[in-house]
Design a protein around this ligand. Structure first.
Ligand code: URA
Length: 238
């Protein structure tokens, strides 16, 4: 990487500000002042600004408790995005572009994973990885005791969604109370959970994601709050 690019990424300065700092003799490469903005910086070299060692930012990995009314996007003209909920210190100077791994509907709450490492988020969302996601569902129509077994079997066998030509992959449905269920799916089709319940004559009133793969939404996070992932949670999608 060029020295001006390195300084800009490490400090959050613009490229032209970084060049100015280099020209002014504020930057040392391996202890020697260098005024060449285009010089290449190798991995093992040390860059200092006014004697302070500079390093490139690390990737960030976060979980967020998505509140209702926000959209899973990096920008939106009409609604706040999940990225808008993050504080300036997280948004400042990322290594890549922070983005949510996959989408929840605007009225869906719960676990969203966010990172600036596109390779990592691809591992979360790639259909080929068949990552399991668990949702808590509030249903409009009560499921009677007699109907539970048949409904669970239909989800297990796969449900044909309106307008599609192949059934959903096997899903695990648990009816917790007549109007509350959990469902685990390993695909991410458009409005999938709502459409699966619509296909069996019910309607989803509330939808909340509890888990993605091995990562469970931290119960201490209120809607709108986030925390960094632990090394084990990051490793789950490496
Ligand atoms: N399925 C849906 O219908 N909506 C979501 O937000 C997520 C899964």
């Amino acid at each position: 990487m060029r020295l001006d690019g390195f300084v800009a990424k490490a400090t959050g300065l613009t490229r032209s500000q970084a060049r100015k700092a280099i020209k002014s003799g504020d930057i040392c490469l391996d202890g020697v002042v260098t005024k060449k903005a285009a010089i290449s910086v190798a991995d093992n070299q040390q860059v200092t600004l006014d004697g302070r060692s500079l390093s490139l930012p690390e990737f960030q990995y976060l979980m967020l408790h998505k509140p209702k009314g926000t959209v899973c996007a990096t920008e939106d003209a009409e609604h706040p995005t999940v990225i808008d909920l993050l504080p300036d210190e997280v948004l400042a100077n990322p290594k890549g572009e922070l983005h949510p791994a996959g989408r929840l509907d605007r009225d869906t709450t719960g676990l969203v994973l966010i990172s600036d490492n596109g390779h990592w988020t691809h591992n979360v969302t790639s259909p080929r990885k068949k990552c399991r996601k668990r949702y808590r569902v509030t249903l409009a129509e009560a499921v009677s005791d007699d109907a539970v077994e048949d409904l669970c079997r239909r989800f297990q066998q796969g449900v044909m969604l309106k307008g599609e030509d192949r059934p959903t992959l096997p899903a695990v449905l648990r009816i917790e109370t007549p109007n509350q269920a959990t469902v685990e799916i390993s695909e991410g089709r458009y409005h999938q959970v709502k459409r699966m319940f619509a296909a069996v004559g019910n309607h989803v009133e509330e939808l909340h994601r509890e888990r993605i793969g091995l990562i469970t939404l931290d119960k201490t996070l209120e809607p709108g709050e986030y925390r960094e992932l632990t090394p084990e949670e990051i490793e789950a999608f490496c």
